[in-house]
Design a binder for this molecule. Structure first.
Ligand code: ADP
Ligand code: ZN
Ligand code: ZN
Length: 731
């Protein structure tokens, strides 16, 4: 009999509780295996931590342990799920973010291998069956049989299900002239491209590559203006690493960017590339994961969680567009792929390359201090100038077009010129839906989400009000619930409305829209981006999804429809976000042989984030914003953690938040600054009232110890939950 210690799939708290079960069966079971157990009369999945043989009886063990031992129902795996390297990484991530280990494992593994009940419906390995020739002797065969033998001789091997004649195959198999060969099938079909001849690198690109190669530093920040050829640097460095027998992890921040990066890498590295992102089906993910683990793969291109890909012998980890916040996961474990990349690189003695036109202040500041090695690409390829950019003041009546509530005179005129020249335009508005909120004109009542407390957005395509935080939807109201007035008005506008307006003003223009509404359907993002790249549309309208990374040669106009969105949010990162978004968007214009133009419409034409983005002046913005952060004492001048308290009872949430704030103040003393408790931007979470406390600190080890202590305290409290976020972005 075996005594098995395990974690169970319910990551109720951020602390790991170990459970002990017994196993009497004869399957192999070891650390890293999944098992099926019964817990509170439910069948769930456990993850084995260790196994001990025992000669004692169940009763004796129960006697000495003091509790009833349940039996493991079944062992699921035949081999451990993770190798030592990934197991260590899981421990490190769980420790740094104070996240339960089971939640980290669930994030690390593809759905079909995850320690979750749902994984038991896992896809099976798919096989291809090939027919191969053993003997090409045609003697004694019928003409049909000879036909097949000749075909095989010509083609080498043929997929069985591509051959039409099962009876002939059967006969030839029996005669031992042909054989069946079964091979694991890769369900994800990589698109095929003609392999590319490497571009001749520019002098600047070569300089950066030499500097990277000749240094022993571990972490590099490549600051390169939009269109400066960063991707070519990634490809060249990857090629060198692979030549040395090592592997490469290439991360992109968003699903919308993976098709393009995939194409670049597949063109260069063919079928040694694996792809991992959220648009793959579970079966495809399973195949890619296994293929990577098997060692056939040299490069993994993927989104955030690809940082956990089971590659061995990693030589280089690249994060493109390193400033993008989607590298931080927003459900537990609240990890940041950049920090995990650095942990992983240490274990592999690999280098990390962070690339961006607008590096995060955190990374840029570290480069300034010499913690990261700063590399720069300052010129666009082909020496194209940056687009001519105009800030349009929407407060000035001279700029207002009387026929359009959305476009200024300048932007409208430029759009029509682009259409005349048969070029393309991108219109950015960082808000999806039709109108930003819906109110009663008689009493001012605003429709809000009952779960989250934030204003609902009107979506015209399905005539619904939707919450942009949770999945709450309701039909468009006939009347105000407060005063029964029928005068309901829609205030503000979103991407849907911009698309309507374009269609109204330019009925012949072909439009495409890309935001997380239109991207709900799997593969829609890739299709939209590809269609626009093929010039199947003249104008692409979208949210921040369209601002990054894309390289559309025909785009000569970018319009930022309203740059102010987000700039007034009470978050220390709001200027940084606005600057990055606008700079990246403007950078989409005029990337190849045509000079581009951009218009930034705003009610805050003198805000430094807007004026400096218009100049594409990252360095000036960096200095201005660092000064700001220094004055207000926010990262990168300190570290930040948030402690979120949630309770069904508002009184209780307030009470506990005050308590936590007191505890933090006591325990940190001079070592920390405590903010809050405050009511956050989104005041409800899954129908709980929430309050947030923030701590600013310099000593990470001390902070971890204190926060862990408080966390343990709160685990046992009922009716109140504590969620810890280390290095949070939103609160
Ligand atoms: P970034 O990622 O820095 O914004 P890209 O890597 O997308 O820039 O490069 C911009 C454009 O320049 C792309 O079309 C790319 O194919 C092209 N390009 C990059 N390097 C070279 C080179 N050495 N010679 C010619 N064209 C290049
Ligand atoms: Zn009303
Ligand atoms: Zn909601």
């Amino acid at each position: 009999m075996k005594l098995v210690e395990l974690l169970i799939e319910y990551a109720i708290s951020s602390l790991d509780r170990h459970f002990t079960y017994i196993y009497k069966g004869n399957k192999k079971v070891d650390a890293g295996f999944r098992v099926l157990v019964s817990f509170n009369n439910k069948e769930i999945v456990g993850y084995v931590l260790n196994v001990k043989d025992t000669n004692s009886s169940k009763e004796e063990l129960e006697e000495s342990l003091g509790y009833i031992l349940n039996e493991i129902i079944d062992v699921i795996d035949e081999a451990p799920l993770l190798n030592e390297d990934l197991l260590n990484l899981a421990n490190e991530v769980s420790d740094y973010y104070l996240a339960s280990k089971i939640s980290v494992l669930q994030t690390m593994l593809p759905p079909s291998l995850s320690p979750k009940k749902s994984s038991l419906k896992a896809p099976k390995i798919a096989y291809n069956i090939f027919i191969e020739l053993i003997d090409d002797n045609e003697e004694g065969l019928t003409p049909k049989q000879i036909e097949l033998i000749r075909l095989l001789k010509e083609e080498g091997r043929v997929l069985k299900n591509e051959l039409k004649s099962p009876s002939i195959i059967k006969k030839l198999l029996a005669l031992n002239r042909i054989k069946e060969v079964k091979e694991e099938k890769r369900r994800l079909e990589l698109p095929t491209y003609e392999l590319e001849v490497n571009k001749k690198l520019t002098e600047d690109q070569n300089k950066v590559i030499d500097e990277f190669n000749n240094s022993n530093d571990q972490i590099y920040l490549l600051e390169g203006v939009t269109g400066s050829g960063k991707t070519e640097v990634y490809l060249t460095l990857s090629e060198e690493v692979i030549k040395r027998g090592k592997t490469v992890l290439m991360l992109v921040p968003e699903i919308s960017l993976t098709p393009m990066m995939n194409e670049y890498f597949i063109k260069r590295f063919n079928n040694t590339v694996a792809i991992l992102h959220s648009e793959l089906t579970p079966a495809e993910k399973y195949d890619e994961y296994r293929k990577i683990a098997s060692g056939d793969i040299k490069v993994v291109v993927g989104a955030r969680s690809a940082i956990f890909a089971p590659l061995s012998n990693i030589g280089l980890i690249i994060l493109d567009e390193e400033h993008v916040e989607s590298y931080k996961q927003d459900v537990p474990p609240l990890y940041h792929a950049r920090d995990v990349a650095i942990m992983r690189a240490k274990a592999h003695h690999a280098k990390v390359l962070l690339g961006s036109a607008t590096p995060s202040l955190d990374s840029r500041a570290r480069a300034q201090q010499g913690i990261y090695h700063l590399l720069k690409l300052t010129k666009r390829i082909n020496k194209q100038p940056l687009p001519k950019t105009t800030v349009v003041n929407l407060l000035d009546y001279k700029n207002i077009d009387r026929n359009s509530a959305i476009f200024s005179k300048q932007l409208r005129q430029s759009l029509s010129q682009v259409l005349e020249r048969h070029e393309q335009a991108i219109l950015l508005l960082n808000r999806r839906g039709y109108s930003s909120h819906v109110s009663c004109r008689s009493c001012g009542y605003t429709f809000k989400c009952p779960n989250c407390g934030i204003a609902l957005t009107y979506h015209k395509s399905d005539d619904m009000l939707k919450c942009h935080h949770c999945d709450f939807v309701m039909p468009y109201p006939d009347a105000c619930p407060e005063c029964q007035s029928k005068y309901i008005s829609r205030i503000g506008f979103g991407t849907e409305r911009v698309e309507d307006e374009v269609k109204k003003l330019f009925p012949n223009a072909r439009t495409l829209r890309l935001d997380s509404d239109s991207a709900k359907v799997r593969t829609r993002v890739a299709k939209t981006v590809e269609a626009f790249a093929r010039h199947e549309a003249d104008i692409l309208i979208g949210t921040q999804m369209i601002a990054k990374g894309h390289d559309f040669p025909l785009v000569t106009l970018v319009g930022v429809v309203l740059a102010d969105i987000g700039l007034n949010m009470p978050n220390y990162r709001s200027s940084e976000r606005a600057f990055q978004l606008i700079t990246q968007a403007v950078g989409r214009s005029g990337r190849q042989d045509k000079t581009g133009e951009a218009f930034i419409q705003t009610y805050m034409p003198t805000h430094y984030a807007i004026t400096l983005a218009a100049q594409q002046n990252y360095e000036a913005f960096y200095l201005a914003e660092m000064d700001n952060r220094k004055k207000t004492y926010f990262p990168p001048y300190c570290y930040l953690a948030s402690l979120t308290i949630a309770s069904k009872n508002e009184e209780r949430a307030i009470q506990e938040a005050i308590n936590i704030s007191k505890l933090l103040t006591e325990k940190f003393g001079d070592e920390g600054i405590i903010l809050g408790p405050v009511s956050p931007y989104i005041p409800f979470l899954a129908n709980n009232h929430i309050r947030v406390c923030l701590v600013k600190y310099k000593n990470k080890d001390l902070a971890k110890r204190i926060i862990k202590e408080i966390n343990i305290d709160y685990l046992t409290k009922s009716n109140v939950k504590l969620l810890i976020n280390i290095d949070p972005y939103n609160f």
